[in-house]
Design a protein around this ligand. Structure first.
Ligand code: PLP
Length: 372
């Protein structure tokens, strides 16, 4: 048995997440642990909720981080909003839309899907047609930025179509939040979850969620209790929104929340418009460099997620070998394709702190060397 401390290698994280974590966030997480019911900690929780509202562009009272990866936030939105027999339409254009559909089925909902080619945005007219075909549904769910393919859907338009049909809207912003504009209130999104390890540039393990007043009313009128005790928002809010009466629910990940707080402060200091513009500029630089090398992008220009770039693997090139050499010889992590895109694309992330012009240049130079 080796009893030495683990020393992680130095990497540049340019895959589908996690992204690079700034020293300020790591330093914040290294500060003294205090009790999760300490009045000072409760002050921090209030600030985190306020900062999350600013990043989500919402006034939603029910806005907080769930203790767990983004999958926990995803499951929380589904199991709190849906009851057995509810009708749901899920737009599926990649892995994470597929998971939304599966979670809704497991919650007992009657699910139909709008299936889209992987690598394309969700077609708003296909959603409109499906809603017309199936009649009234409780919820429409979709992924804003499909990390498995790099396709960005038009959240505002999809939400509008869902609302016209009387449905609530659930949007996944795991890869989109703080990378491209996300405007929860302006777009009328009723429920949304994200993750800390992408453009928020924190370590993985927390999932910010936000719910509209309408969604809260629906949850308050449930016939049956939520089948998950841990993710039941009516119990969780006793801790996150209980004011002076805040009560123990679970032991919050205190130091992870210090990290999230610091990363939100950094994003708000820079300003969201500037953060979005930085992601856009880095994406344009990367695409120009890749195309100059003769590589091609897998997603049409108008439908690309700037922070997740899907690049076609040229014929005859060893897809996994290239990623291995980037990691071993250059310390750069990029991602592979998933599902039907496995072996066909690389996924180059430019998320949060990783989205810097110097990283674009370093990645392009390394890729050119490896492909020679
Ligand atoms: N949704 C999307 C769009 C994602 O990209 C991911 C993870 O990559 C998830 C959900 C699940 O996040 P996590 O792995 O943190 O549970």
């Amino acid at each position: 048995m080796t009893l030495t401390s683990f020393q992680p290698p130095k990497r540049l994280l340019m895959g589908p997440g996690p992204s690079d974590v700034h020293d300020r966030v790591l330093a914040a997480m290294g500060r003294t642990t205090i009790g999760h019911l300490d009045p000072e900690f409760i002050r921090l929780m209030d600030q985190i909720k306020a900062h999350l509202r600013a990043v989500f562009f919402t006034d939603n009272d029910l806005t907080m981080p769930i203790s767990g990866p983004a999958t926990a936030g995803q499951e929380a939105t589904i199991v709190n909003l849906l009851e057995p027999g509810d009708k749901v339409v899920v737009c599926v254009n990649g892995v994470f839309g597929g998971r939304l559909a599966e979670m809704a089925r497991r919650a007992g909902a009657e699910v139909t899907t709008v299936d889209q080619d992987w690598g394309r945005a969700v077609d708003p007219e296909a959603l409109r047609a499906e809603l017309k075909r199936v009649g009234p549904v409780k919820l429409v769910a979709f992924v804003h930025a499909e990390t498995s393919t790099g396709a960005l859907s038009d959240g505002e338009t999809l939400a509008k179509i869902a609302h016209e049909a009387g449905a609530m809207v659930l949007m996944d912003t795991v890869t989109s939040l703080a990378g491209v504009p996300v405007r929860i209130d302006d777009w009328g999104i009723d429920a949304c979850y994200s993750g800390t390890q992408k453009c928020l540039s924190c370590p993985p393990g927390l999932s910010p969620v936000t719910f509209s007043k309408r969604a809260q009313d629906v949850m308050n009128e449930r016939q049956a209790p939520v089948q998950s005790w841990f993710l039941d928002l009516s119990l969780l809010t006793g801790y996150w929104s209980g004011g002076a009466q805040r009560a123990y629910h679970h032991t919050a990940p205190v130091n992870a929340l210090y990290g999230l707080h610091e990363s939100l402060v950094m994003i708000l200091e820079e300003g969201l418009e500037s953060v979005w513009a930085r992601h856009r500029r880095c994406h344009e630089g990367l695409v120009a460099g890749l195309e100059a090398m003769g590589l091609t992008m897998a997603v049409p220009a108008a439908e690309r997620v700037p922070e997740l770039n899907a690049v076609r693997v040229p014929e005859g090139v060893d897809e996994a070998g290239v990623r291995r050499r980037l990691l071993e010889d250059h310390g750069i992590e990029i991602g592979a394709g998933l599902g039907p895109l496995a072996g066909k694309i690389w996924r180059i992330g430019l998320m949060g702190q990783s989205s810097r012009p110097e990283n674009v240049a370093r990645c392009l130079a390394a890729l050119e060397t490896v492909l020679q």
